[in-house]
Design a protein around this ligand. Structure first.
Ligand SMILES: Cc1cc2nc3c(=O)[nH]c(=O)nc-3n(C[C@H](O)[C@H](O)[C@H](O)COP(=O)(O)O)c2cc1C
Length: 316
């Protein structure tokens, strides 16, 4: 299966499923489990110190011999040091986001790394291609966490980026099973990046309080905060109500940033403060019925994908 898939061949994986780097969720347990089950596990450096990242890389290597990667959000204050760690540790795959990949791509290539970059519009996809990245990840507004200002849906963005560049393309935002994988491949993507489903897995390093709360997203829904300057998809709570109250009163982005302060996502996702923390998650969480293991999730990708392809073929 997937023998002719460009993404699998590029990254040396069995299923075209990348587990997205996620602050507070994607430590070595999650990343190594996904890689061990045939996908590409990613450590989320965005919530790690450089020393902690080095330690986590070592733990992934002890747990699996399969390829894995590190996500470095380029606007992160410790991005340079984390990048240095990735280079020194010869991490197989680097995924950059939230910034320009121009500075780091050539350097990562010199050290034998494959580089993917996350984009939310066609202009940045073209810039990333010009910077020499090996593959693109286009992330639509359904996705959990930080989104693009344009708020393009995954369905449309994937097709726009597919049309604009021949690079291997990973579609992200709203995927949690093999039906989604089949849909992404139908749109012209070579694979998918999945965040929310893995954030709500047993191996996710987030708080169990946060994970169990995600099972209520079907009722609670998600909201996009900070639209126009830093859209972020989260579960509604007291923190979100207060932030939206400030927005309605016309508070500037600086004033809103000051209110958010630092450590909100840690408080919500790692410490389980459901009211005053930031609970990043994507719309697809509305379908979750339980906190699942990575083995179950990866098996679901495989079986659902096969069933979907068979079902569609029967309609011909
Ligand atoms: C809790 C959470 C934290 C995230 N943190 C990051 C991050 O640190 N860096 C990044 O590039 N993307 C981050 N993302 C986005 C994911 O890597 C992935 O692209 C996205 O979740 C895919 O959409 P989905 O949520 O519908 O699966 C985060 C997503 C979630 C749900």
């Amino acid at each position: 299966m997937f023998h002719n898939n460009r993404l699998c061949n590029l990254l040396g994986i069995q299923q075209p499923v990348i587990q997205g780097g996620m602050v507070w969720c994607s430590g070595w347990r999650l990343a190594s489990a996904v890689s061990e089950h045939g996908g590409l596990g990613i450590l989320g450096a965005g919530s790690m110190t450089p020393d902690f990242l080095r330690e986590q890389i070592g733990k992934v290597r002890t747990a699996t011999r399969s390829p894995f990667g590190v996500n470095v959000p380029l606007l992160f204050s410790k991005a340079e040091e984390c990048m240095q760690v990735c280079i020194e540790e010869h991490v197989p795959v680097l995924i950059t986001s939230a910034g320009s990949p121009a500075k780091w791509t050539a350097k990562a290539h010199e050290h034998g790394m494959k580089v993917g970059h996350v984009v939310a519009n066609v202009k940045f996809a073209e810039k990333a291609e010009a910077a020499g990245v090996d593959f693109l990840i286009c992330e639509g507004v359904e996705a959990g966490g930080h989104n693009g200002l344009e708020e393009l849906s995954t369905l449309v963005l994937t097709q726009l980026v597919r049309k604009a560049t021949p690079l291997p393309l990973v579609s992200a935002g709203g995927y949690a099973d093999g039906k989604g994988l089949a849909a992404a491949l139908a749109l012209g993507a070579d694979g998918i990046q999945v965040g929310s489903r893995f954030a709500c897995s047993i191996e996710s390093s987030a708080s169990d309080i946060y994970k169990n709360h995600l099972l209520k997203v079907g009722t609670l829904g998600t909201v996009l905060t900070s639209r126009g300057w830093g859209p972020t998809r989260v579960v509604p709570n007291t923190f979100v109500n207060e932030l939206q109250g400030l927005e309605r009163k016309g508070a500037s982005p600086e004033e809103q940033r000051e209110f958010i302060g630092t450590g909100r996502s840690r408080r919500g996702m790692l410490e389980g403060d459901l009211e005053h923390g930031e609970l990043e998650i994507g719309q697809i969480a509305g379908l979750f019925t339980g906190v699942a293991s990575v083995a179950e999730i990866m098996e679901q990708f495989r079986t659902d994908f096969l069933e979907t392809v068979q079902r569609l073929t029967q309609e011909l």
